[in-house]
Design a protein around this ligand. Structure first.
Ligand code: S0N
Length: 290
């Protein structure tokens, strides 16, 4: 008969984890949870607007992502929305004015979420979008930028830009075309039709679809698998896969990761040591791969 799977993924636990609430006291729109298993979870908590984001929401997500990145115990980051109705429905249209989004705390309106997109893309740790319900507009783009997406069977994906007088001509366009191809990307943007979970899976827009009640358990299984793996290998793979799309910025990311590794080598250390000791570096005496 056919060989059974030998990658061992079926053996990885789908048990619940114990979340510790690490949300800073000042947060009002989002939460941050940590698990001792090396997992961070960022949750948008605005179910009354289907988890649409306002500037405050984006600011909090950005701070949490920064803190999860800096936390050496964290190996993988989940981004999600509170409840089963929505992952995120994009920019809160009540906060949209001329020139962007504002909630009174900013000198001038702008598109805060673009900074978050870049930060997610540059985060050296894998980010998993855990999507139940709507992933629409700017929320759909956040899921596309996440490294992986696990969807509940009630998930719905799509853009509304042309319907509400908006568009994302950055990652929201280029990333989508890479994921689903130019024809489908143009269909999603031009027609603003929504895609149900099963179709999203067939299009390559998501990695897996599971019953809504099992969404977090299955996502945890993927997280547990990832945290078993070499963080440096994962960082380089993310940077390499980004570099193919991100031009000079992508090369900077990949190159920076390489430089960081080089600093650990005898040859790298010799340069700094020689400078500080005011002597000529002895690079040729160092073991090297050449
Ligand atoms: C998701 C939809 C289709 C769900 O419809 P449904 O099931 O009928 O529910 P509703 O009754 O419509 O929603 C329940 C309550 O939630 C509120 N709500 C939902 N989405 C938003 C939102 N985005 N902003 C504010 N409120 C929202 C509803 O109003 C309702 O509240 P009540 O009961 O009080 O009336 C449907 O809700 C829908 O179509 N939502 C709007 C989706 C949308 O258009 N999102 C914005 C799209 N644009 C972006 O996200 C751009 C993001 C961005 O920042 C950006 C990035 C790059 C470049 C440009 C931009 C840019 O903004 O221009």
């Amino acid at each position: 008969g056919p060989r059974t799977s030998s990658d061992g993924f079926h053996l990885v636990s789908r048990a619940p984890t114990t979340w510790v609430d690490a949300t800073p006291i000042k947060y009002i729109d989002t939460t941050l949870h940590l698990s001792a298993e090396g997992i961070a979870k960022l949750t948008i908590c605005r179910p009354e607007v289907l988890n649409a984001f306002r500037p405050q929401t984006v600011l909090e997500l950005s701070e949490s992502l920064h803190s999860a990145r800096n936390n050496t115990q964290v190996g993988v980051i989940i981004l999600t929305g509170l409840g089963d109705e929505a992952f995120c429905t994009g920019g809160d249209q009540r906060h949209r004015g001329s020139g962007g989004y504002a909630d009174g705390a900013e000198p001038t309106p702008r598109l805060h979420v673009l900074d978050l997109q870049t930060q997610m893309r540059r985060c050296p740790k894998p980010i998993i979008a855990m999507v139940a319900g709507y992933a629409i507009g700017g929320g759909h783009i956040l899921h596309m930028i996440a490294d992986l997406t696990i969807a509940a069977d009630n998930a719905v994906f799509g853009q509304t830009g042309p319907r509400v007088g908006s568009f994302d001509a950055g990652y929201g366009s280029s990333r989508m075309a890479r994921l689903v191809g130019q024809k489908k990307a143009r269909e999603l943007w031009f027609l603003c039709n929504f895609v149900p979970a099963a179709d999203a899976l067939a299009m390559g827009l998501v990695n897996a679809v599971v019953p809504t009640a099992e969404l977090e358990l299955e996502t945890l299984r993927w997280c547990r698998r990832i945290v078993q793996h070499s963080p440096t290998a994962l960082q380089f793979l993310k940077a390499a896969l980004n570099a193919d799309e991100d031009g000079a910025a992508g090369l900077q990311e990949l190159g920076g990761a390489a430089t960081r590794l080089f600093y650990h080598s005898d040859e790298g250390k010799e340069g700094a040591a020689a400078f500080l000791q005011k002597r000529e570096p002895q690079f040729r005496a160092m073991p090297s791969a050449r």
